[in-house]
Design a protein around this ligand. Structure first.
Ligand code: AMP
Length: 166
């Protein structure tokens, strides 16, 4: 139910469009339930979703497992004090932000995004959350593109799960 769009947003990228699955009530419920099945009872206190597609599954999952939801956003969007992390992308540098009071010591954090490609975005989010000294950080995606080897960019000792691969 995931639609492939060739050459979006730039030539050479095979864009995996999850909106075709998300608009289907049954598929939406299956995704939410499958994520919850993986993480229920794991003591997760905060699900951190990465702007913007990580907000959809992240909030669904948090509500199902009784955790809170925290957004990681692009610069200038969060209203209160933030901490930031800059990272290199294919072209140039990007920055992400999180509210400085969003994560505390003692939190068990699950970082969530819709898709793992090269892993650069998630590595930056992981590094950002680690500076806030939570008890534990785990990582999850709805799906991944294993050919791009994004898993190798993330620390080997971090638990990383995906529901399915392309
Ligand atoms: P990366 O940092 O390369 O792992 O890219 C991950 C982010 O970019 C995720 O938030 C994805 O939503 C998006 N993304 C990267 N490549 C694709 C793709 N081929 N199809 C859909 N989304 C993608």
């Amino acid at each position: 139910m995931v639609r492939n769009i060739p050459d979006f947003p730039v030539k050479g990228i095979q864009f995996k469009d999850l909106t075709t699955a998300l608009k289907d009530p049954e598929a939406l419920a299956i995704i939410g339930d499958a994520l919850a099945e993986l993480y229920a009872g794991r003591g997760i206190t905060k699900v951190v979703g990465i702007e913007s597609r990580g907000f959809i599954g992240g909030a669904m999952l948090a509500a199902r497992i009784g955790a809170g939801f925290v957004p990681i956003r692009k610069p200038g969007k969060l209203p209160a004090d933030t901490i930031k992390k800059s990272y290199s992308k294919e072209y140039g540098v990007d920055t992400i932000e999180i509210h400085a009071d969003a994560i505390s010591e003692g939190d068990v954090v699950l970082l969530h995004d819709d898709l793992l490609a090269t892993g650069g975005t998630m590595l930056a989010a992981y590094d950002l959350v680690k500076t806030m000294n939570p008890d534990k950080v785990m990582v999850n995606f709805i799906c991944s593109l294993p050919a791009l080897k994004g898993r190798d960019l993330l620390p080997a000792d971090v638990e990383v799960t995906t529901l399915f691969e392309f």
